[in-house]
Design a protein around this ligand. Structure first.
Ligand SMILES: Nc1nc2c(ncn2[C@@H]2O[C@H](COP(=O)(O)OP(=O)(O)OP(=O)(O)O)[C@@H](O)[C@H]2O)c(=O)[nH]1
Ligand SMILES: [Mg+2]
Length: 466
């Protein structure tokens, strides 16, 4: 597939200062040469028969259409000789004015001259297929593009530099070396001076393979929210001010607020950030026994969403004892991480202590008025504290994604069978099977051992031009 020359607009659609069309493949230099006419003193005639442009230099000129040979735009062009390029192929980048029509015309000229339109992620796919990066690094490119917070950007960038790849390939190499050794013992028992010491092998595999893999799985389970965002949900009885709180926290008029109970029917989501961590904040329908079928649907969605939430903001009316309904809600969330938000303090004429059920006694509480926007600083600090506690033990930046985590889970099963087999004296040739499974699963993480349909799935998540 890498014999074709691909091209795409590499910058986002819309008007802007500059936009880039990128070409990669064997024909990219000849296409660039045919369509680009240098301006200023630069003369191509001196280097007749030789390619006139130096690699990785910027040249100024006009870019022409293919059929009419008419100028389309004033551009800067860079010819980049393989292998020092993003794809490891010859690459040409044309920097034009970022109007859609202009970039489209430049792209059309390039396609007319023989390039084909790149699929989403095809440049990065080529970088992977040509061995410049492994799959974890290619996936990190998507994460970097999609990063919504400083921390997720940092993690993605560190993965682009290959830290996860290195760990996985070190572990895999150790397993391959072990396999070679065991295989040699099976095939040439007389020529291998010492048979394998099972206890030593057990401790080597346990410490250098099983423990690091378990740590990666734990990182995923505990910290993947850094990528996806913390799921925070605002719940409470009807009319307590949930939607008003949603609007205060997101600083937008996102949810409709009225004085009628039962205003919010659906789940309403908004992306916010705390401490550089993305948070998906969900406003919900007021929880209560409802006969209205539409409201009931909303309440059911809210109840389902509570199960998945990392943080619950339980809104109550300040100074009012909890209703039976609110006591029932308390039971639902007793196992969750909860902040009690006592709203409408502006209506209180004096401070009134209210009794809390045991299920809520251990949770932090904050008093606010969403209407007057008071107490929000304290609420935000309380949310930040919860998040800091959640991330405080995350020190390295190795954060496997869901695909990696599924493969790590599978490899751990094979490795447990292997380590158990080592201790219980299972014949050596059976150990090889588990070892081989683990090697294959780890190889799929880095992409050394992967099916083409999985590759397509991964790269389909990319945008065109990357
Ligand atoms: N006095 C006062 N009124 C408030 C406060 N917060 C919200 N309200 C009012 O309470 C009413 C209900 O507010 P919402 O934010 O719609 O309440 P909700 O919990 O989303 O209501 P539902 O979606 O119907 O369950 C509106 O009239 C708000 O203006 C507050 O801090 N003080
Ligand atoms: Mg509401």
């Amino acid at each position: 597939m890498t014999s074709s020359t691909i091209a795409a607009i590499a910058t986002p659609a819309g008007r802007g200062g500059i936009g880039i069309v990128r070409i990669s493949g064997p024909q990219s230099f000849s296409i660039g040469l045919r369509l680009f006419k240098p301006l200023s003193n630069f003369s191509t005639s001196t280097s007749y028969n030789r390619f006139p442009y130096k690699t990785h230099r910027v040249y100024f000129g006009h870019f022409h259409s293919y059929h009419q040979n008419a100028p389309i735009d004033e551009v800067l062009i860079v010819f980049m000789k393989s292998p020092r390029t993003y794809t490891r192929e010859d690459v040409v980048e044309i920097h034009g004015h970022a109007g859609y029509q202009t970039l489209k015309s430049i792209l059309k000229a390039v396609l007319d001259a023989g390039a084909v339109l790149a699929e989403p992620g095809e440049f990065t796919k080529r970088a992977y297929l040509n061995g410049r990066i492994d799959l974890t690094q290619a996936e990190a490119v998507i994460d970097l593009i999609n990063a919504r917070s400083d921390l997720s950007r940092e993690i993605a960038f560190s993965q682009i530099t290959g830290n996860l790849r290195k760990l996985i390939s070190d572990i895999r190499k150790l397993l391959i070396d072990t396999m070679t050794h065991i295989q040699a013992e099976i095939d040439f028992p007389d020529e291998i001076p010492t048979s394998i010491n099972r206890d030593m092998l057990f401790s080597e595999i346990y410490n250098q393979v099983v423990l690091p893999i378990q740590k990666l799985i734990k990182n995923h389970d505990q910290y993947y929210f850094l990528h996806e965002g913390i799921q925070a949900i605002i719940i409470g009885a009807p009319n307590v001010g949930k939607s008003s709180l949603m609007n205060c926290l997101s600083r937008k008029e996102k949810s409709i607020v009225t004085s009628y109970p039962g205003t919010t029917r659906d789940l309403i989501e908004e992306h916010v950030q705390f401490l550089g961590i993305p948070m998906v904040l969900t406003d919900t329908a007021g929880l209560h026994e409802s006969k209205d079928p539409i409201e009931t649907l909303g309440i059911d969605s809210a109840l389902a969403k509570i199960q998945k939430a990392d943080l619950v903001l339980f809104v109550l009316q300040a100074g009012h004892p909890l209703t039976q309904n609110e006591l029932r809600i308390s039971e639902l969330i007793s196992k969750k991480r909860v902040i009690l938000v006592f709203n409408k303090i502006d209506l209180l004429t004096e401070y009134r202590e209210i009794e809390l059920p045991e299920t809520l006694a251990g949770f932090e509480s904050v008093h606010i008025s969403a209407l007057k926007n008071t107490g929000m600083d304290l609420l935000e600090t309380t949310i930040e504290n919860v998040i800091s506690q959640k991330i405080e033990s995350f020190h390295d930046s190795l954060l496997p994604n869901i695909r990696h985590k599924n493969l790590l889970d599978k490899s751990i099963i094979s490795l447990f069978q292997l380590t158990e087999g080592l201790l219980s004296g299972i014949p050596t040739d059976l150990l090889v099977l588990d070892l081989n499974d683990a090697i294959i699963q780890l190889g799929q993480i880095s992409g050394e051992d992967i099916h083409l349909d999985v590759l397509d799935q991964i790269f389909n998540d990319f945008c065109i031009g990357k």
